[in-house]
Design a protein around this ligand. Sequence first.
Ligand code: NDP
Length: 370
Amino acid sequence: MHLSRRDFTRLSALGLASQLAPQLTHNLSAQSGDRKIGYCIIGLGRIADHFMRGIQETGNSKVVALVSGHREKAEMIAAKYGVPKSSIYNYENMDQMRDNHTIDAVYVALPNSMHAEYTIRSAKAGKHVLCEKPMAVSVPEAQSMIDACKAANVKLMIGYRCHYETTNLRAIQLLRSGAIGQIQSIQSAFGFNCGAGEWRLDKPLAGGGPLMDVGIYCLNATRYLTGEEPASITAYAHTDSSDPRFKTVEENIVWITKFPSGVVASCNTTYGAPMDGYFRVYGSKGWLKVDTAFSYEGLRLTAEYHDQDKHTVKLDESNPEKDPTQFAKEADHFSDCVLHNKSPQSPGEEGLRDMQYIREIYKSAGIIMA
Ligand code: NDP
């Protein structure tokens, strides 16, 4: 991958910096009259629970239908959210949602390799799609999701919740204001000790290891912090082959990204160690850290830099927002896009770009991606 200076200027102009600008003061929308976007939740696991609780905090969204392989669980959740039993589907009959006019949009919260099929089926049923990250498990799959949503004239957003999260947006705002000067380097990491038996360790369902799951947060952060697209990526992977958890996916992966302006970012992800998500940005006039940066609550930004008068400024800002506020902001944004025919801040094309960089990282580390 090689970008000319002209490409760089164009990408900067189109980049996340400008995309995110209107979001810097993102708050939950005021109630949009009586109209609420009705969501069908596909896959009733852990993240779906956060998202459904988040929906309850919005004024423009509601849970109206469910898709699950477990009817009993679905009925319990339906009772909690006031979903009629007639709006509970399974993976075989969910295409019938085409005739359910209470459903405006779906939220795809399935294992990664199922995202493409269920996004495409939902689009064909005429429903807008908010799909969890990673968007898919390959670049062609991601492209096919974008194409299907375009063909069906429905919106597609990828669940990059940090794009709507207060502390991440504050970091972007400080960096764009030039507070810490010219960015020189970025460090970011995110990982955890993955329990045996998780679908995350099964490549046919997960598509890859920690890079697909949590490393993607670091990758995406380096792009929104710089507002640039990577010019080159080098990666190394290491897997303990005697650990029975890692028969099909990588355990550790480290990559270095060089951006067109010269910023160098180094990132780590793992399924073999507790590794709270963070990023640190070093600039010509100071530094900025967000630690933790990718959790559902408890985010904290610290910074130290010299202002115009050469005074030292020290920031220490803890975000008091509690889970599921991030999910409420994400749902609120997508519903607002559907209600007012606007483009999402994290569209399918944003997910596709990450899939392209993930492909580069795996290629450099000698790992074959789907
Ligand atoms: P879970 O395992 O908790 O839930 C996945 C759900 O998918 C299951 O509960 C099940 O729902 C359904 N499912 C259908 N087929 C399968 C299958 N073969 N194996 C396992 N589950 C299946 O996963 P998560 O909620 O943690 O992750 C789901 C997606 O959300 C992933 O893409 C992940 O990357 C993403 N995610 C995003 C996060 C974020 O912060 N944005 C955080 C965590 C995850 P049912 O029983 O109803 O059929």
